[in-house]
Design a protein around this ligand. Structure first.
Ligand code: ADP
Ligand code: ZN
Ligand code: ZN
Length: 696
């Protein structure tokens, strides 16, 4: 506020309630001479610090002694105030995930908008947003040459028409097999909404891996929304780029926002449609800080704004499928591939009776050879990076362990620097010992294989072939993933070896064969969601085969071909798999038939973490019992150590809370999370409460 304005308003005291990113319940009251518009950011003193917060209320009375209430230092009006819809979303997320409002709200903002230092001193020149405007505009990228949009097939047409005719909130499950042209449905639906003057949010799991999509959006929508009308938001952006996207969204300049899970919190005052592509994907779940599900929040936001939301997937989450089965979500199907190509044929290779070569069956090697002859590409999929998952001594029982974690160290081949041992949990690294640390024997051998070792073996087996590996190690440098994928698209690669990074979204024109190496290890993971995840992952990676010419083939190596998940995969039968899996979940009382929350505790010693959890477990039956009505609807399990108990010398345990009723669980968690900080302080443990955990 300028000084002139301040002197014109009669001196009065107004109370302003501000959400701040501090680990205390809040929000906090401040004084000001005039009311401050709800949704504006302010700089306020907090203890000895200055913080940026968001105004959430102008209450008539303060909630504590007025003498202790300090004045606001500065009202920031470099952006329009957050609108009511945005504030409601933040409030809902805070309530639902049991966190203070400010701890939810502030971290959603790009860092420059929540740093008071960005507004202080001469060099700040009016703050980061003003500097952004002052900066010379990057010349808008020339629009990519727009291909003629394809004529929709019948299933796509029905989907576009049905979604287009929706009036208000309705979640739509767009269940389309891989390559069925879901993107085209999103684009046509978005065009209608944009043409009607509303904004569109299109969410994808990992944007860096799908530059194709951004290109397609630009080519198709730029004419409609202008070169600045499309914004992109993801964690790979610099602070400045993120600020620019955010600012454009909040000012309504961005009409179409493409983003990863963080974009669910983008300020879009004229939102008319949300699309969540690959809605089952685990990367919609934030795994630290506020552990939210961007998919679930997207559905809530659409409900709150009374607009349609489209959830697209070839392998929907069982939660979403169950909603569709019960008629809460409208299910639209794209049962066939959009191009004149059939789904790939699936084969299970029973590895129990086979002579394997470096973990690869004769069938797989023969199939790779055939594709090489036909100048087609093959993808070897294996969800394990590094050279081998563990090093072991052939004379004694020594295996390479991380000294800081209850986990093996993984053998890695580092370009030019020989091998090293790395811990995937804490980042610990060590040189490979020359001899066994236990018995001195020099016969140390890698056990099992990761992508690097498979790459090496393939080079031996197919000396003429051009082999490329794509995983987190080969794509560490910024831009390297794009470059590697581009070389696959350009046909410079014959055999691609990769982790789940290659499974997602890509439309490789020449890829004919997919071979899956260690599927069983995913099947027998401890989590009850393991089969669901395996099915989704294998369908997705299989979906890379034969997308353009047809004639695609998928070979899955397994020692358990009779498992229902493999049998369903053989038939491309998601519905059959879901029926079986939901039946099992229902009879064993697992989600989506119950609702869960997970309390995790960390301490130097497991015992301390477990004792805290045990006290938390019995708390509702003790002197605070009156705070917990309806406790009989809640099941509190015994505290147990995590599967990997120790990570970076911290030991972890968890306690599962369950209920058949979501409101009952929410009510319980609200009281419980109120008491937990006191218990945790006494016990000196770190803790976190996760609602709807994906991994248990
Ligand atoms: P999905 O996301 O469902 O796996 P995509 O949207 O990537 O599938 O579409 C697969 C391929 O089919 C793409 O190359 C796309 O351009 C093409 N395609 C989509 N719709 C049609 C159509 N109606 N006619 C012809 N080709 C289409
Ligand atoms: Zn030894
Ligand atoms: Zn470690």
């Amino acid at each position: 506020m300028s000084e002139a304005q301040a002197t014109m308003t009669p001196p009065a005291v107004c109370w302003v309630r501000v959400a701040l990113d501090v680990p205390l319940p809040g929000p906090f009251d401040y004084r000001s001479e005039a009311p401050v518009t709800v949704g504006l950011r302010v700089i306020v003193p907090f203890g000895r610090r200055k913080l940026i917060g968001v105004v959430v209320d102008n209450p008539a009375e303060p909630s504590y002694d007025p003498k202790q209430i300090r004045p606001i230092e500065e009202v920031l009006d470099d952006l329009p105030p957050f609108d009511e819809g945005w504030l409601r979303l933040a409030r809902f997320a805070a309530d639902y995930y049991q966190r203070p409002l400010g701890e939810v709200m502030l971290p959603t903002l790009p860092p420059p908008l929540r740093k008071p230092t960005a507004y202080q001193g001469k060099r700040s020149a009016g703050g980061p947003v003003a500097r952004l405007d002052g900066r010379k505009r990057k010349a808008a990228r020339a629009p990519a040459a727009a291909d003629e949009p394809p004529a929709l097939n019948d299933a796509q047409r029905t989907a576009v028409d049905t979604i287009g005719a929706l009036d208000g909130f309705k979640p739509v499950l767009l269940h389309g097999v891989t390559g069925s042209g879901k993107t085209e449905v999103y684009l046509r639906t978005a065009e209608k909404v944009l043409a009607a003057g509303r904004q569109v949010l299109l969410m994808v799991p990992e944007i860096n891996l799908t530059p194709q999509l951004e290109g397609a959006l630009r080519a198709r929508l730029e004419a409609l929304v202008g070169p600045d009308g499309l914004a992109v938001m993801h964690s790979g952006l610099s602070d400045g780029e993120r600020l620019q996207a955010w600012t454009r969204a909040q000012r309504g300049q961005a009409r179409m926002l493409l983003g990863t899970r963080m974009s669910v919190f983008a300020p879009l005052g004229e939102l008319g449609l949300i699309v969540v592509d690959e809605e089952h994907d685990a990367s919609y779940k934030q795994q630290d800080g506020l552990r939210y599900s961007a998919r679930d929040l997207a559905v809530w936001r659409a409900h709150d704004l009374d607009i349609p939301v489209v959830l697209g997937s070839a392998t929907p989450s069982l939660e979403t499928w169950q909603h569709a089965e019960r008629g809460r979500y409208l299910r639209l199907g794209l049962p066939a591939r959009a191009r004149a190509s059939s789904l790939p044929s699936m084969r299970l290779v029973d590895t129990r009776r086979l002579q394997m070569k470096h973990g690869m069956s004769p069938q797989l090697l023969e199939a790779i050879g055939q594709r090489l002859e036909r100048k087609e590409q093959s993808l070897i999929f294996l969800n394990r990076r590094g050279y081998s998952p563990v090093l072991h001594c052939q004379s004694c029982a020594w295996v390479s362990n991380c000294p800081r974690c209850t986990a093996f160290t993984v053998l890695h081949r580092n370009e030019g620097r020989g091998h090293r041992l790395q811990c995937h949990h804490c980042g610990y690294q060590a040189p490979v010992p020359r001899a066994c640390p236990e018995c001195g024997d020099q016969d140390l051998a890698p056990m099992g294989r990761g992508t690097q070792r498979v790459e090496e073996h393939l080079a031996e087996l197919f000396p003429g072939a051009r082999i490329l590996r794509i995983d987190a190690d080969s794509t560490r440098k910024k831009g390297s993933a794009e470059a590697l994928f581009a070389s696959v698209h350009a046909g410079e690669v014959d055999i691609l070896v990769g982790t789940q990074m290659v499974a997602k979204g890509h439309d490789f024109a020449r890829l004919g064969l997919v071979g899956v190496l260690n599927a069983d290890s995913m099947l027998f993971a401890h989590d009850f969601r393991a089969p669901e995840r395996l099915f989704a992952q294998l369908m997705q990676v299989a979906g890379r085969a034969g997308r353009h010419q047809g004639n695609g083939e998928v070979l899955i190596q397994t020692g358990y071909p009779e498992q229902p998940v493999y049998q369903a995969l053989l038939r491309h039968d998601y519905a059959g798999f879901a029926r079986h899996a939901l039946h099992e979940r229902e009879s064993t009382g697992l989600p989506p038939f119950v609702y869960q929350a997970l309390l995790t505790a960390e301490a130097r010693e497991l015992k301390v973490a477990q004792e805290f959890l045990e006290r938390a477990r019995v708390l509702p039956e003790g002197e605070w019992a009156a705070d917990f009505p309806g406790l009989d609807a809640i099941m509190l399990y015994d505290p147990v150590p995590l599967r990997v108990v120790r990570v970076a010398n911290i030991e972890r345990a968890q306690l599962l809370v369950e209920s058949g009723s979501r409101p009952a669980l929410q009510a319980f968690l609200a009281s419980w999370s109120h008491h937990l900080p006191y218990l945790a302080n006494e016990a000196r443990v770190r803790w976190q409460l996760e609602v709807d955990p994906l991994e248990i």
